[in-house]
Ligand binder design. Structure first.
Ligand SMILES: CC(C)(COP(=O)(O)OP(=O)(O)OC[C@H]1O[C@@H](n2cnc3c(N)ncnc32)[C@H](O)[C@@H]1OP(=O)(O)O)[C@@H](O)C(=O)NCCC(=O)NCCS
Length: 177
């Protein structure tokens, strides 16, 4: 858990040129705070009798940061949540190492599925502000989802998706930012 928190801390400096110092990141980055709360609540979630405590901690974290991460979600290390406010990550969502999420991102369910019902976002993907990704779909490694996109189908690795269905465009083989 500590390793993941250190990697998340480093991810702030890697991805945000505005991050100047350790105190600034520790005190002023709601996305980082949300991940710390998630990592503790996930530990509790995995302990058989602490699920309610995990939910309560997660709920408190949501009050403080504006980010709602279900303690059952699986989140890799070195993840960066920029700005934070309004991010929702569902119980069966998976987020790979080095993923960047901007404010307002939803990794949610469609309401049609039970069991595994939230997306899997593979490593090094970037999910733009207010993108809505729904259902048990996979966003491939290194994919980029444009701000405001609505995604309901699998996205191939290293593709860029912008817009909302049915006028959505998938641009294959994006170049590095
Ligand atoms: C999706 C994104 C990664 C694309 O970057 P890119 O690969 O460099 O793509 P380009 O800027 O060359 O745009 C390619 C095409 O997609 C369109 N496009 C880009 N982003 C779009 C978006 N969010 N919604 C709709 N269309 C978009 C462009 O207009 C362009 O269209 P054209 O081919 O008709 O000219 C980027 O535009 C984006 O949305 N990043 C999210 C960043 C974010 O959320 N920042 C919040 C900071 S607070």
């Amino acid at each position: 858990m500590l390793k993941a928190i250190v990697a998340d801390y480093r991810a702030v400096f890697k991805n945000d040129p505005a991050a100047r110092s350790m105190p600034e990141v520790l005190l002023c980055y709601a996305g980082f705070h949300a991940l710390v709360v998630y990592r503790v609540s996930h530990l509790l979630w995995r302990t058989r009798y602490c699920k309610l405590l995990a939910r309560i901690l997660s709920h408190l974290g949501r009050f403080i940061t504006g980010v709602e991460i279900h303690p059952g979600a699986l989140i890799g290390s070195g993840v960066f949540i920029d700005h934070g406010m309004g991010v929702v990550i569902g119980e069966t969502a998976e987020v790979g190492d080095g993923v960047i999420l901007f404010h307002g991102v939803t990794l949610g369910g469609t309401g049609k599925h039970t069991g595994k019902r939230h997306p899997c976002v593979e490593a090094e993907s970037i999910i733009g502000a207010h993108a809505i990704i729904l259902g048990p779909i996979t966003i491939g490694v290194g994919a980029r989802i444009g701000a405001g996109a609505v995604v309901l189908k699998n996205v191939p690795p290293h593709a860029t998706v912008v817009g909302i269905p049915p006028t959505q465009r998938v641009i294959l083989n994006n170049t590095p930012l």
